[in-house]
Design a protein. Sequence first.
Length: 98
Amino acid sequence: MKTMLPMTDNEGEVRTLIAADLRLFKPASEVLDPALYAGLVAMNKKQGERGAQKSPLKVPTTIRFDADLLEALKASGKGWQTRVNEAMREWLKTHPAI
């Protein structure tokens, strides 16, 4: 049976894995408790899946702003794109689309 080299050197530094190490690895399903593995699989699926859309879909687009304006918008913090979207919606209420 092949054995792996120590994972750390004399100074405690972790070494880089090589192809021979990877060949010795076993799938998680073979080495983990079945309940733990099932929980990890379920958790991973939940993280990777998106739920039903709760509001109308957003459409990605490209728009060009002056650099100072974009900097100010981004400086307003997380959610700045949503706030721009809301501001444009309000503006359209008083400025009909052509």
